[in-house]
Design a protein around this ligand. Structure first.
Ligand code: NAP
Length: 299
């Protein structure tokens, strides 16, 4: 059942969909701190795959900006549950864009490095051709295209390897797996070392999104923590920050097959964000350390 949005209609209202997900949970307080009146919505408030519910909810709060963090994010399951992935990531994005257009709101559509095939040498720019290698990536790309054709006042923000305190993520899994065995014997882990990207901490991305919506410089942006690493290097940094010392062996992706293929190179060039907004996210190591610090404090 569609929820009701309190009637607002002020310039500084921002609607966050997927507000109880990993990014949305960190984005809402960051936007509130930046002076926005935040309307947080998730499936309980309205389902983005229902166009009428989206339209009704958005016209109730008349936001100046919508940040669409709602998504189907189960990358491996999307290979078989592709109908659901496309319904949420493509049609859902289109519904949110149409609802935004109806009230004159701007829309930030969160997207992914998985729109690229990973065969480029070096970092992908916003202008590079897309070519997703899995169903999730294709569903997100169609979401981008739907937003672009539906409303002019849009920002597409591509990010990668997200980790935050409020969801399942690679560093959380690593920290769980690395807890010493009973008796204190260190764990032994094998981690993929031939896929590279930029791990991105949700709070750092949230702050970048607050900067992006502060100016109407619409278009496509890449927003990831600075630097790059492999999953293996990311795991080692997380263990170092947590003071854990498991035995970690680098392995090729071929030794860790997954239902959905992953791009080998997920690097996103962030120079446009720096040029247009003068903003750069901190290093991925800083993001990893901050995650570990809060993860420890929350236990
Ligand atoms: N996680 C990553 O590594 C990563 C990397 C690059 C880009 N991204 C993108 O970043 C954005 C945020 O990702 P995230 O990791 O924060 O995702 P998430 O934790 O899975 O959060 C998504 C939220 O959307 C909700 N949702 C799902 N279907 C919905 C629907 N039909 N209507 C309304 N809400 C719905 C989910 O509810 P339920 O949990 O109840 O389904 C969840 O609360 C997504 O666009 C994702 O594609 C993520």
């Amino acid at each position: 059942m569609a929820g009701e949005c309190p009637s607002m209609g002020e310039d500084r209202v921002v609607l966050v969909t997927g507000a109880r997900g990993m990014l949305g949970s960190d984005l809402c307080p960051v936007l509130a701190e930046a002076g926005w009146r935040v309307v947080a919505a998730d499936l309980d408030e309205f389902d983005i795959t229902d166009p009428a519910a989206a339209r009704d909810f958005v016209s109730g709060c008349r936001p100046a900006v919508i940040v669409n963090c709602a998504a189907y994010t189960a990358v491996d399951k999307a290979e078989t549950e592709y109908h659901t992935a496309f319904r949420v990531n493509h049609r859902g994005a289109r519904n949110v864009a149409e609802a935004a257009a109806a009230v004159g709101a701007a829309l930030v559509q969160i997207s992914t490095d998985y729109v690229f095939d990973g065969t480029k040498e070096g970092a992908y720019t916003e202008e590079d051709p897309t070519n997703p290698v899995n169903a999730y990536g294709l569903s997100k790309l169609l979401g981008e295209l739907a937003v672009r054709v539906t409303l002019e006042k849009h920002y597409i923000v591509r990010t990668s390897w997200l980790h935050g305190l409020h969801g399942k993520s690679f560093p959380r899994t690593m920290l769980t797996l690395a807890q010493p065995c009973p008796g204190g014997k260190p764990r032994s882990l094998r981690v993929v070392s031939d896929q590279v990207g930029a791990p991105t901490y949700t709070v750092h991305l949230a702050k970048a999104l607050a900067v992006i919506i502060s100016k109407p410089c619409y278009g496509t942006y890449h927003a990831v923590n600075a630097g790059c690493c492999s999953w293996y290097e990311f795991a080692c940094e997380v263990f170092r920050a947590a003071g854990l010392d498991p035995e970690v062996t680098p392995i090729p992706s071929s030794e860790y097959p997954t239902p959905a293929p992953r791009p080998k190179n997920s690097l996103l060039d962030t120079s446009k964000l720096a040029r247009v907004y003068g903003h750069q996210l901190p290093s991925w190591q800083k993001g990893a350390c901050e995650f570990v610090r809060l993860w420890r404090a929350s236990r």
